[in-house]
Design a protein around this ligand. Structure first.
Ligand code: NOJ
Ligand code: NOJ
Length: 716
């Protein structure tokens, strides 16, 4: 047969294969199952200069430093640069990138206290959320470079997460004084705001005060008033526009400084328009006064959070040499509180923290920390440059010295290869990393062995962080089936092989072995599912009509069914690992969702909350709710799931409400549009005692769009 040009049959087969791969790729990209992703975080300006024509655009001339010596100016990185480095990222096994805010930022220099120029190179000083920053795209502030990056990333199977900063525009004390534009048309500024699109409160001084956090100013950044109808619509239009340009997910900047209740309606707006994934920057440390608020938010808003508490423990253990018990304890605390712990976003380094190598210049420790993050529960992030051991220790290596210029692109560093292996394991057929449980199996101060398990998929990880001491490990049990296992990392971090023997009850004994100093070992077993196994649902809440993705394994190729409670949902797509369905019209509430394969075999159920209708923000005020003592709070509760379904606990009722004008309390709450609701206010006292207001229920019909407000007095 002629080998030059394909025969019609070969051509036809090739065409079918191409079509199939397009269908599968599209399916994979739409499935908002981020649990199997590995995210790479990029500060766009510092990554790669792919287009020198945008280095010093006319409208913001002078904010570029070609010498890369002023760390507060633009250095040339852009969206085209990220696009040119996609194969480097793909080679590392990265499946998603999180890029710094790409929208148009402040055009003017704001000199620092020494008179040196500064610019908004990091992206957190927006002026126009509807356009792309000229340093990252083109002088026309158009979408071409953004669209090109997304198309190229998707073609390489890489999702794109956009950093979205709805809390503020730009600084209120210089430059453009917070000026906000809507696709080029001036809206308002902090010093020119007749319609109240901004809050005008002092800087936040008490980070434990819920009112200050949401309504005061964060670090002089002109604070957007999300409850204002203009801003509500502006921000939602902007984020849906990013979604319609292909953004697969969003990292919400300063999520605890934006009005919390409003944010439920923001994520809901995006989910109403199409699949997406959200996680927010709820900065905190272990023991934070608002810890409960953080997990209530993550459990109910449709917005997961960055796992700052595990981050702190990881840094304490790997950089400061604390004992592994700290990390083990923190993970179990978090897992007890977060409903969707496999959606928590985990990280070692970020643009807001000194790189680990600046804290402790020990490459092995960085590799061990990153190996932990890549294998623990939650979605791992790799901060750009860590794989090249990038760090600059000036001033301890904190901001801006953690936003280094990416200078090396080696694909042979140990960490680049470790990431490749572990990202591949997570993305591949072993579902234990993405969906599995987390169990500590063996621990001392320096050695930590933990296991991830999803049905019969098992990943066992061992880390010895000691610089010089090797440790014998005996008495270890595992769920791995009896067999010999070699290190999945192929010895990159000196991981030994192990022998597993038969035991009982999921506890198979491992023959004694030695973990060398500074070693990481990963042993894994991948099973074939004989029945459907569900590991993920996303989004976790939505009204009738919203598209939801269920992921796992063993769903089979023939289309089966999905039940929300006992109601069959319309199935839109079906593959053996991912199914999408449309939320049916059922009474609002929390449901068990059941997937059945084409022969009717049911998987494990997974929880989903059916909303009454699309969410819009409503400000509820109750006047003269008194007496309350310190630690007592007023909550709202009412007739739909959005209002707590008459729940009376801290977690089920809506609140706590805010009392800057005590004894009047208010709260912005996302409520079901166009719905007649009933509600009441309750006091939950510090000791847990619940007091209802008297009288009949208040009633209100939520507007069908825009924003709402309702103002009543406590009924005595
Ligand atoms: C937190 C971001 O991560 C930080 O870099 C930024 O400066 C502030 N939010 C304000 O947007
Ligand atoms: C029970 C409370 O006692 C009452 O005051 C409230 O109106 C109802 N729950 C809700 O219908």
């Amino acid at each position: 047969m002629n080998s030059g040009s394909p025969s019609p049959i070969q051509f036809f087969r090739q065409a079918v294969l191409t079509l199939l791969s397009i269908v599968f790729l599209a399916n994979a990209l739409n499935a908002q199952d981020f649990k199997k992703q590995t995210i790479y975080q990029i500060v766009t300006d510092r990554f790669f200069n792919g287009d020198t024509t945008n280095d010093n655009p006319a409208q913001s001339a002078g904010l570029f430093d070609a010498t890369q010596t002023n760390w507060h100016l633009y250095w040339g990185g852009d969206l085209a640069g990220i696009q040119q480095k996609l194969s480097y990222l793909q080679g590392m096994g990265v499946t998603a990138i999180w890029i710094s805010p790409p929208v148009d930022n402040l055009n003017l220099n704001i000199p620092d206290s020494n008179g040196n120029p500064t610019a908004s190179y990091h992206g957190y000083g927006a002026r126009d959320f509807m356009r792309i920053e000229e340093h990252f795209g083109s002088a026309a502030n158009d979408w071409t470079a953004f669209n090109n990056l997304i198309a190229a990333a998707h073609a390489d199977g890489i999702k794109v997460i956009i950093d979205f900063a709805p809390n503020h525009s730009n600084p209120d004390n210089g430059g453009e004084y917070g000026s906000l534009y809507n696709n080029g048309t001036f809206v308002a500024a902090c010093n020119n705001d007749p319609n109240g699109v901004f809050h005008h409160n002092p800087d936040i001084s008490n980070f434990d005060d819920r009112y200050q956090l949401q309504y005061y100013t964060l670090e002089d950044l002109c604070d957007l008033n999300q409850e204002n109808a203009t801003i509500d619509s502006y921000l939602k239009t902007a984020i849906v526009q990013l979604q319609s340009h292909g953004a697969d997910g969003f990292r919400i900047d300063a999520v605890k400084h934006v009005t919390w209740g409003w944010e439920y309606s923001m994520s809901n707006t995006v989910f109403t328009s199409g699949p997406s994934f959200f996680f927010g920057e709820w900065a905190q440390g272990p023991g934070d006064a608002l810890y409960h608020d953080s997990y209530k938010f993550a459990n109910k808003s449709g917005i997961s959070v960055l796992d700052f508490n595990v981050n702190q423990a990881v840094r304490d253990v790997f950089a400061s040499n604390n004992n592994f018990s700290e990390l083990d304890g923190e993970v179990s605390t978090e897992d007890g509180n977060f409903t969707w712990q496999n959606d928590l976003v985990t990280f070692v380094d970020s643009h807001d923290l000194a790189r680990l190598l600046s804290v402790n210049n020990d490459t092995n420790r960085l590799i061990e920390a990153q190996s932990y993050i890549l294998t623990t529960r939650g979605i791992p992030v790799v901060y750009y440059g860590d794989e090249q051991y990038l760090h600059n220790d000036t001033g301890g290596g904190t901001d801006p010295y953690n936003r280094n210029e990416m200078t090396a692109w080696s694909t042979t560093t140990t960490l680049y290869q470790v990431i490749n292996k572990l990202a591949g394991l997570r993305a591949g057929a072993n579902d234990a990393l993405g969906y599995g449980s987390y169990t500590q199996r063996w621990i001392n101060n320096d050695v930590y062995i933990y296991e991830r398990q999803f049905y019969n998929d098992v990943v066992l990880v061992a880390i010895n962080k000691n610089d010089t001491t090797s440790y014998p490990v005996s008495g270890l049990n595992t769920a791995l089936p009896a067999a010999n296992y070699t290190d999945y990392l192929g010895g990159l971090m000196s991981g030994p092989s192990i022998t597993v023997m038969n035991g009982t009850g999921g506890n198979n004994p491992v023959s004694s072995f030695t973990m060398p100093a500074h070693s990481v070992a990963v042993w894994q077993y991948t099973s074939t599912a004989s029945a459907p196994e569900v590991g993920s649902i996303g989004p976790t809440l939505g009204q009738a009509g919203v598209k939801v993705t269920i992921a796992g394994k063993g769903f089979g190729t023939g289309t089966g069914s999905v039940l929300v409670g006992s109601t069959a949902a319309t199935v839109n797509s079906w593959s053996s690992t991912s199914v999408t369905f449309t939320v049916p019209s059922v009474t609002n509430g929390v449901y068990n969702v059941t997937l059945k394969n084409s022969s009717g075999t049911a998987a494990n159920t997974i929880q989903f909350t059916v909303l009454t209708a699309k969410l819009i923000p409503v400000t509820f005020t109750v006047n003269n709710a008194t007496p309350t003592n310190t630690g007592d709070y007023i909550f709202l509760t009412g007739s739909t799931i959005e209002l707590g379904n008459w729940g009376t606990t801290w977690d089920t009722a809506i609140g706590p409400m805010l009392d800057p004008n005590y004894p009047n309390w208010f709260l912005n709450v996302s409520a079901p549009a166009g719905t007649a609701i009933q509600f009441k206010f309750i006091k939950i006292a510090a000791n847990g005692t619940v007091t209802w207001e008297n009288g009949s229920n208040h009633t209100y019909t939520v507007p069908s769009s825009g924003v709402g407000s309702v103002n009543v007095s406590w009924q005595y």
